[in-house]
Design a protein around this ligand. Structure first.
Ligand code: ASP
Length: 329
């Protein structure tokens, strides 16, 4: 079935489901457990932030949310699985900068269209990134690392979560901006990549603040620089790339919850409302901030804001990928 026909069929099925849900006899949503597909391995930053948000949204909904890890191909395998799921409000996708914005320009035959096959539900908080090396690495600054990369092109190995993952995109952006070349080593998520970084199997990686913080605080990894606009009190003494080596260089990983197109509106509304209530709870938002996560204002969080943001990010990454000379595979 072509993706247009699929979308049409979904729309019709969604309308039928909406008619049932909308009728007085329809059970209130959710009447059973909900699945959130996370397209990266357990233990990575996507898994971590998804479980934190899912736990809080589940409390508001009074229903459990099961996180199902479906890793592979930079997150696009999980995206494909979610795009084909029943559009009934019980399977949702944790999409991000790679799967929803960059993937269409990195894969020649992507089996889903982020904004045709999915309906945005709400935008998660953002996670800035950290340039990481193992604790006893001989590099003590981004300048040290980039000098080595300039001296020996492609010698430095950079762990990523696969083509199109945020760790890959940020590293490509860093290489293009610094005019150096790394050798990328793909994993099913940056959780396993981080284990290899600590073991010295790879030289460096860019990963998100929420999972980097405990490793840096625990003395297992060394943070050379942040990819945020400003320094962070959680990473004392760690400079930003933008404020030093690479003026203007910024990178962060954004996320959103997306539903298969055709998902009934009452389900989308209930999920969005549950998250908005969580955002109003300082114990939830303070907990995110204590893990280096940027909580966004409610105005940037709803379905329309996420749709507009996803579209603008697709234009941005189409340009960055073209300018970096990254050929789609
Ligand atoms: N979010 C990470 C990335 O895109 C992967 C992960 O969560 O494991 O690189």
């Amino acid at each position: 079935m072509t993706s247009i026909a699929t979308a049409a069929w979904r729309w019709a099925a969604g309308m039928a489901a909406a008619a049932i849900l909308g009728s007085a006899s329809a059970a209130p949503y959710p009447e059973r457990a909900i699945t959130w597909i996370v397209p990266f391995a357990v233990g990575g930053p996507t898994d971590a932030i998804a479980r934190t948000v899912a736990q809080r949204v589940a409390t508001e909904l009074g229903q459990s949310i099961i996180v199902e890890n479906v890793p592979g191909a930079g997150g696009t395998l999980g995206a494909m699985r979610a795009a084909r799921a029943q559009a009934d409000g019980y399977t949702l996708f944790v999409g991000h900068i790679g799967t929803m914005a960059a993937a269409p320009y990195l894969f020649k035959s992507l089996k889903y269209d982020p904004l045709r096959d999915f309906t945005p539900v709400f935008r998660f908080p953002d996670t800035p990134m950290v340039l990481l090396v193992k604790q006893d690495a001989r590099y003590n600054s981004a300048a040290d690392l980039l000098a080595e990369a300039r001296k020996h092109p492609e010698k430095l190995t950079f762990g990523t979560a696969g083509v199109g993952s945020s760790s890959h995109l940020a590293a490509e952006h860093l290489a293009a901006t610094a005019q150096v070349k790394f050798t990328f080593v793909p994993y099913k998520g940056t959780g396993p990549a981080m284990t290899d970084l600590m073991g010295g199997q790879i030289d460096a990686m860019l990963d998100q603040t929420n999972v980097s913080l405990p490793q840096v605080q625990g003395g297992r990894l060394k943070a050379l620089a942040l990819t945020s606009q400003s320094e962070m009190s959680l990473f004392p003494g760690v400079p930003t790339l933008a404020g030093g080596e690479l003026p203007g260089f910024l990178a962060s990983t954004w996320y959103g919850i997306y539903a298969p197109t055709g998902t009934p509106q009452p389900a989308i509304d209930a999920l969005r409302d549950a998250y908005m209530k969580a955002l109003a709870d300082p114990s939830f938002t303070d907990g995110l901030r204590q893990n280096g996560i940027d909580v966004l204002p409610a105005a940037q969080t709803g379905p329309d804001a996420l749709r507009d943001f996803t579209a603008s990010e697709q234009q941005k990454w189409q340009r960055v990928i073209r300018d970096a000379g990254i050929a789609p595979q």
